[in-house]
Write a protein that binds this ligand. Sequence first.
Ligand code: NOJ
Length: 737
Amino acid sequence: MNLFKQTVAGTLLALAAIGCAPKSDLDRKVDDLLAQMTLREKIGQMHQVSGGADLFEAAAKGEIGSILNCVDPEAINAVQRAAVEQSRLHIPILVSRDVIHGFRTIFPIPLGLAATFDPALVEQGARVAAIEATASGVRWTFSPMLDIARDPRWGRVAEGSGEDPYLDALMGVAMVKGYQGDDFTDPSSMAACLKHFVGYGAAEGGRDYNSTMISERSLRNTYLPAFQACVDAGALSLMTSFNEIDGIPSTGNSFLLRDILRGEWDFDGMVVTDWNSSGEMVAHGYAKDLKHATELAVNAGVDMDMMSFGFATFIEELVKEGKIAEKSIDEAVRNILRLKFRLGLFENPYVDAQHARAKVYAPEHLAAAKQSAVESAILLQNRNNVLPLDKTRTILVTGPMADAPYDQLGTWAFDGEPEHTVTPLQALREEYNVIYEPGLKYSRDTDTRSFAKVRAAAACAEAVVVCVGEEAILSGEAHSLSKLHLQGAQSELIAEVRKSGKPVIVVVIAGRPLTIERDLANCDALLYSFHPGTMGGAAIADLIKGKAAPSGKTPMTFLRDAGQAPFYYNHNNTGRPCNGTETLLEDIPLHAGQTSLGCTSYYLDTGYGPLFPFGYGLSYTTFEYGNIKLNRSSFGLDDTIVVEFDLTNTGSRDGVEVAQLYTRDLVGSVVRPVKELKRFERVALTPGETKHLRFELPVAELAFWNRDMQFVVEPGAFQLWVAGDSASGTAHPFSVE
Ligand code: NOJ
């Protein structure tokens, strides 16, 4: 919070304390309406149910504040009409949906969007999603998911921006801006919902819904910053998470919901539970029954209940018993009404059902989806520059993901329509003479009987494109895995086509970073595309043909083996970091004495390093960083570090490089991460071209929550890197005095 904001907030708080804070027009409207409401009507506003026209009666009685999962504009208008025309106070219903990476035009899954390192494009995608979804009457989306994810076994890594807090914050803010637009009352504006508050991605063992153990410091340094950034960017709502942290379920955690969210961050938006996350406090063993769970949730600071029915059933009783103060109910309802007024729902409750369909799949929507899919694809290997296949005429296309229109949409594509999907097979047919032999029917298929046909077809082709990966259902909510290699006989299929001696290009279309070391050995090039959405095939074909060049970078570390998880680049150092001289299993002498194995932090079988580090990705050209210079070697707390450098395209094709700036705080009052991403920029360069670039980093952005739980910059020695990924570059020392 800046000083001005602090002073203004301080003054308002002081005025509020003596009961004479100036009320905004919005607050006045909210209070006027609240004053007319009965307790039952207030409780109705706090109740969110799944459904549509079937909720007509409840809406007419003012018993529902919001619905989810209805996208039929006629049904939405019908239930809205009941609320607006028949309920006593005519309060409109807030219509919500999981619009996570597009509505009808599906964009790459959020992990793929993060791989673009292009927040402006992500904002554009969120705008498209809002235009399409609001045309059907949806004014509230449960996105962005800001959960830091450092364990690819967790299926929901697909839905977030990966392992880095800075990238996560930038992508989150881009989505919030895109969904909400400049004017909330505009009918195409859709309220964002920051989720899941908080720590959900730290599920032990990567198993969904599992417990987490996160210290307050780690919460503040790693898990909370993206939420705070999005709150500062004006996000209108937030969802509590399923998990508990150190024994306290988030839905009943007043430290998170009241002290931090409302107290420290001044959030005046609305807080909703996740689906029955209030009721689940009973299974956690934190509440003795649903009534108790309701008491805990409301008192902790939840405004709206998604699908536990506890609020609707028990609040009245709990208020009568004095277990919930009516003042807490008023506070919750204020937050709900404020959101409804902000969205202009009272003036504009209905949707133009006639024209809903006309707003979807606009050419510019498809173009943005395609560009997002192009920028999200990560080239992980390209031996002998086998890609692009710009001179090849006949290719064999094989693999279960080559023509899987539903699966390439990825998780949370409820409203995506496979019949509108462009698959790699369809798009490659526009560019090449294609021989198509799928080899396997779906990603888990183990039936190798048609491999013989694939082999025969490979003999007739100049190159083979193998599209493998994961069906949509293998990632996303509740879809965690303990093994991360390609499912079914997909690796065998790659090995099979390898025998043809033809160049083999593997395209992985998946919801998470898989362990693909074995497959890399069996192919010349590997392009990784996190489920790329409606236009994914068109993007992949352009990349293979060379009409576009890959520029995506890994938003999560790629592991060699699932047993390495959790593994992330920005970890703290151990007292015995790996030094590259570690003894591996095969090198251990028989009857070795205990100390002969070296004493650093690594695995005997996989060693230490990842398969690919965070921020990694190749292009069809090469880049060189040079003349990296800092404006000074020593800085004061109010200074700005200016890093200038030259970036040159040293290859023979056009390309885009994501230049990245990392820092390390060498000694802290608590152990600090070995590297932290602080800036990045996408830079387009023609062959031979050099651009002189600069990153500016205020020293204040080196602050962290220290030993005394204060957010400060601790003076001392630092290092800085400018490079194309988190594992490259040379360290440049500087100090803060
Ligand atoms: C449960 C999921 O955890 C959450 O992300 C989603 O928004 C809700 N269900 C509503 O579908």
